[in-house]
Design a protein around this ligand. Sequence first.
Ligand code: ADP
Length: 484
Amino acid sequence: MHTPLRILFIAAEASPFVKIGGLGDVAGSLPPALKTLSPELDIRLVIPLHGAIRRSDYTLQAESVFDVSYSNGSIRAETFSLELNGVITYLISGSPISQDAPVYSGDNSVDGWKYTFFSLAALELARSLNWTPHIIHANDWHTAAAVYALQVNRNGDDFFQNTATLFGVHNLPYLGDGADTALGAFGLPPASGSPLPWWAQHMPLPLALLAADFIVTVSPNYAQEIMTPDFGVGLDGFLRMRRKSVTGILNGIDTDIWNPAEDPHLPENYDLNGISRRRENKSALQNEFNLKQDLKIPLISMISRMDYQKGVDLLPEALRQISDLDWQVIILGTGQADLEDEVYQIEREFPDRARAVIRFDPALSSRLFGGSDITLIPSRYEPCGLTQMIAMRYGCVPVARATGGLVDTIHDQVTGDPGTGFLFQDATPGSLAESLQRAIRVYQLQERWQKLQVNGMNTDFSWQYSARQYLSLYENLIQELNDH
Ligand code: ADP
């Protein structure tokens, strides 16, 4: 008899419940997309019941209560459930998931305790429901313990005997260093003598890379990159050994939410047939930010976390190098104080054409995507990146570093076709400036520029395509394990 696949999808965050970064987008969008693609698929999502989740927004049903054991006894877990977008979602609470703590505290000894408890509780939840998943799909270091625990306890655990594990890597450098005490306390020892480098044998993410039946990154190019010294954070040798079990599937974006024809934040909505209406949005931005009202001047935006990863620090010198060209720039972002200062410095240096907006402001991000001509993504590494996909959907042309998912999603010009954006190779101000200069030159060629915009807007970045690939990955994984 054909049994529907049962998948337990475990993540630290998922929109709309709680979203801090790209992981929240994926965990919130992929399970419903899979369910739409294959209604019989029994995929269930499990996340912590963080303090940041507004319980009053949801009708939560009480589920099972059980204990998670650790070295000094046990900790009570209370679980709740609801169905959202066709996906049964479980939320787990318990004392390590403090209602006063942020989703990520930045202190892995604290977060390690919370997330190891959560990961093990997610497994116990399946047991308490007597619902054996065919696959546990865990994501990033926070839920790595679930994958490792299955391997450590596989012998003698009939319930999970045949459960396969898939580990999703959204950001490799976050290894979970500092969570080892928590892992130990919950009965998960270091993997001494394993093929992992010695320094990684007690860290959650490497342990999941070791234990998982299969590893998936959020773009095909990032899957290749993490097997190289430049991007492998010391795990590249180990990952090369596991090469056959590593793949990459591009994230999608929610094309209902990110839709210039209906985005409520835009002064003027438009679609592929009315790109010229973007002019109104550009004009509104120039007005809002007290920039010279001139539609011929290319308006550049940058919308980003202020993080070294994102290459924000390349910007001041790059702009200096093209200061003799006509441009305007609006930079929106928050994060590291020193990088925020650099952005303020740009505004001081170019008072008539640069604006710094240091805050998190989704409405403004929409207005920038819908009104600026070019958006900058000079990332040092980018596992997938959503910004470039959103920008292209809005007819805003990306100038981006040729790394990670940016390479998979942005096509630089080839003979005869302007592509969908501009890519540069080196994480240097010079390389960024050169690419930006190239973009500004093409911007003067109206017809060619419009072709660039149309190409971007015509690209399908919906989850549908990715969901299909995840479904095949699940099916292949089960097939392979059955064959062994
Ligand atoms: P990451 O997850 O590494 O931050 P992504 O490109 O995958 O990078 O996703 C970032 C998302 O957050 C994008 O949708 C981007 O527009 C948005 N974003 C980043 N900074 C801000 C901000 N200050 N205000 C509003 N949206 C922002």
